[in-house]
Design a binder for this molecule. Structure first.
Ligand code: SAM
Length: 291
């Protein structure tokens, strides 16, 4: 029987056979521990009826484990040099389709319609390229894809920021953006030793479960996120100061902003990092109608 791709010996064999050299600029840190891969797949709760989207299959270590469980796997890989390798390593798995494309430029919605028509549910599972983690997660969420959830390996520091609660040092506009769409939980921390080459930072796996509808209801999402970002512009400033200096025409409207904060039941001397998502929603609706 052929060994799993993610064993140190088989990975080395595959890399040597194809003369592959890692590109740091593409965030290429490959997993060499099947146990970790099984646990990622477990957290994604994949069944024989699940369609899985993977981002960055590398030499196919995670793809192989996903393919063994799922109905179908579609994997986006940006590095052309990996395509012949994947064709070789994934040849035992006819339910895998590799697409050579930058995920940030991909029309994932159309691919879901074409490839997953017969699947009961769809998840994203990946060991993300760390240089581009946040844009990838935000793209998947903002595209409003019909996903049950997203289970991804990423830098522990980013996982901490995504899953953070108010009044903690990690809480910020990224926590709110992701928690607006999903329930976020860090499910594993992962040592550097399970990768080749080893990354410079600690890693974690985060699970995002899509909410049926966003956590709060706002009439103008762009304005809501604008207010959130403005409130965190300088963490040590009060929310009143941040909004006054960051919102367009804020300086002229300091008194109105103060009134909106008071009507929303928020002390203008509080810092943005102490506000819950619900408080941001109330505040942005007040500001939208007043400014
Ligand atoms: N899944 C493999 C594993 O776990 O061993 C490889 C993971 S490695 C951290 C990230 C992979 O993403 C690399 O194969 C890299 O070439 C690919 N990648 C980097 N940027 C990408 C992008 N914008 N779109 C698609 N794939 C990308």
């Amino acid at each position: 029987m052929i060994k799993d791709i993610a064993t140190p010996a088989r990975t080395r064999g595959i890399l040597d056979k194809h003369g592959f050299s890692f590109k740091k600029s593409l965030g290429q840190n490959f997993l060499i521990d099947t146990n970790i891969l099984h646990r990622i797949a477990d957290h994604a709760e994949i069944t024989e009826e699940t369609g899985v989207i993977e981002i960055g299959p590398g030499i196919g270590a995670l793809t192989e484990q996903l393919a063994k469980r799922a109905k179908k796997v579609v994997a986006y890989e940006i590095d052309q040099r990996l395509l012949p390798i994947l064709e070789d390593t994934l040849s035992p798995y006819p339910n895998v389709k590799v697409i050579h494309q930058d995920i940030l430029k991909a029309d994932v919605k159309s691919v879901i319609l074409e490839e997953f028509a017969e699947c009961k549910d769809i998840v994203v599972a990946a060991n993300l390229p760390y240089y581009v983690t946040t844009p990838i997660i935000m793209k998947l969420l903002e595209d409003r894809l019909p996903l049950r959830g997203i289970v991804v390996m990423l830098q522990k520091e980013v996982a901490d920021r995504i899953a953070a609660n108010p009044s903690t040092k990690d809480y910020g506009s990224l926590s709110i953006a992701v928690q607006y769409y999903t329930e976020a939980k860090t499910v594993m921390t992962v040592p550097k030793t399970v990768f080749v080459p080893q990354p410079n930072v600690d890693s974690a796996v985060i699970r995002l479960l899509t909410r049926e509808k966003p956590q709060v209801e706002v009439d103008d999402e762009d304005f809501f996120f604008h207010v959130v970002r403005a409130s965190f512009a300088q963490r040590r400033k009060t929310i009143l100061n941040n909004l006054t200096h960051t919102l367009p025409s804020g300086k002229l409207q300091k008194e109105l902003i103060e009134k909106a904060l008071e009507e929303a039941g928020i002390d203008p001397r509080r810092r943005g990092e102490t506000l819950s998502i619900k408080e941001f929603a109330v505040l942005s609706e007040k500001l939208r109608t007043m400014l």
